[in-house]
Design a protein around this ligand. Structure first.
Ligand code: PMP
Length: 389
């Protein structure tokens, strides 16, 4: 009965693609992994807010006031008063008509896309979009046209070939999670307008980091009104958990009525909502965290490049070094871990075949000295393994 499953796992193991869970325990810019303290170059806690006392205290207070669990879905009796307060603050922060909190980024993408698109519609999705976007598109039963990564000409050729009467949705990550590069949002806006499509952006890795108050990349580029569906998460730079969608009131009303991953799941625990509320307040005030992260990111990218590493098109706090072969990438990450750096090998199917990599991600609370130390270790391993000269 289970033989086939065993065989499939064995096959993954032989390709150095088998994953296993490890015990981890975050500790500021460090993380304990299997009992060893390591410098954490692998988390999405970009602004260091996951450990912020204000978020922790807000979580505790919300749990005390409303309990440990929400007891039901929001449309039943799980819509406790904090939701209204936080969604109002969210809409204000994002400058949108309406806002909805969703249980996670994964749930958000799967639910939004499958609610908005159906059998007769066409979804245009960047080839490197997050798995949750891909899954939402599959679930929608719409026709899915995947365009080459950030390739506007390819997207335009696909749009041209599509029946003008069909509903069209273009979906893209703003900052790509495994490459750290940025979508060409101005061009996407031009195409969505030229071809009458809706544009949905996933700000999972840009919320909190761009814009005057950390609203996201659409604000930074001043294209808020042109983007129809703004999705983002509270689980990364905002240090909490959960996700959001913002836009017109009709969008939010529609989702409340059609989005299955919203309708058929228990509301977030109050503690999560408390942390979200504090995170939205903190992130608007503390520009210095964003500035610091940007400075550290430029420094780290420049140094890695000058050492001779291939960092692809990274332009953000997410910086891969692309190694290619699975086995060598796993070895690279092991050597870094031996030297005290938590660095994770990212392999297919998360990234395309032949592009296995170490994905580094930085935190605003790191120091330049810590990065210098890490860069020395990375350079040593790179030389030892012949990845750089
Ligand atoms: N979108 C993108 C681009 C992501 O990278 C992620 C998380 N890795 C998600 C959505 C899912 O978000 P969450 O972890 O909150 O489910």
């Amino acid at each position: 009965m289970w033989q086939d499953f065993h065989a499939q796992l064995q096959a993954l193991d032989e390709k150095a693609q088998k994953r296993k869970l490890r015990w981890t325990n975050p500790d500021g810019c460090f993380v304990w992994m299997d009992g060893k303290k390591m410098f954490n170059l692998a988390s999405n806690n970009y602004l260091g807010l996951a450990n912020d006392e204000r978020l922790i205290e807000a979580s505790v207070q919300a749990a005390r006031k409303y309990g440990a669990g929400a007891t039901a879905s929001r449309l039943i009796v799980g819509n406790f008063p904090l939701y209204e307060e936080v969604e109002a603050a969210l809409a204000q922060w994002k400058g949108s008509e309406a806002a909805l909190i969703i249980n996670s980024g994964y749930n958000a993408n799967v639910g939004i896309i499958s609610a908005l698109a159906g059998r007769d519609d066409v979804i245009f999705s960047d080839k490197l979009n997050h798995a949750s976007i891909i899954d939402g598109a599959i679930l929608s039963r719409a026709e899915v046209k995947r365009y080459r990564h950030n390739d506007i000409d390819h997207l335009e050729s696909l749009l041209k070939k599509t029946d003008g009467r069909k509903r069209k949705i273009i979906v893209t990550d703003t900052v790509f999670s495994m490459d750290g590069d940025i979508a060409p949002l101005y061009e996407l806006v031009r195409l969505k307008e030229a071809y009458g499509a809706l544009l949905m952006i996933d700000e999972a890795h840009s919320s909190g980091l761009y814009g005057e108050k950390g609203e996201g990349l659409a604000h930074h580029l001043d294209i808020v009104e042109q983007v129809d569906i703004h999705m983002g998460t509270f689980s990364k730079a905002l240090g909490a958990f959960g996700a959001y969608v913002t836009g017109k009131k009709v969008l939010i009303d529609y989702l409340i009525n059609h989005m299955r991953s919203f309708i058929f799941t228990t509301a977030l625990p109050p503690a999560a909502l408390g942390a979200i509320q504090a995170a939205i307040a903190v992130v608007q005030q503390e520009n210095e965290r964003r500035d610091q992260l940007r400075k550290l990111s430029v420094y780290f990218r420049t140094k890695l490049q000058s050492l001779g590493f291939d960092i692809g098109a990274s332009a953000t706090q997410i910086v891969p070094i692309i190694i290619g072969d699975n086995e060598r990438t796993v070895q690279f990450s092991r050597h870094l871990q031996e030297r005290g750096i938590a660095a994770v090998a990212i392999r297919p199917p998360t990234v395309p075949e032949g592009t296995s990599r170490i994905r580094f991600s930085l935190m605003a609370t790191m120091t330049k000295e810590q990065l210098d130390w890490a860069l020395d270790q990375i350079a040593l391993v790179g030389k030892e393994m012949g990845v750089i000269k």
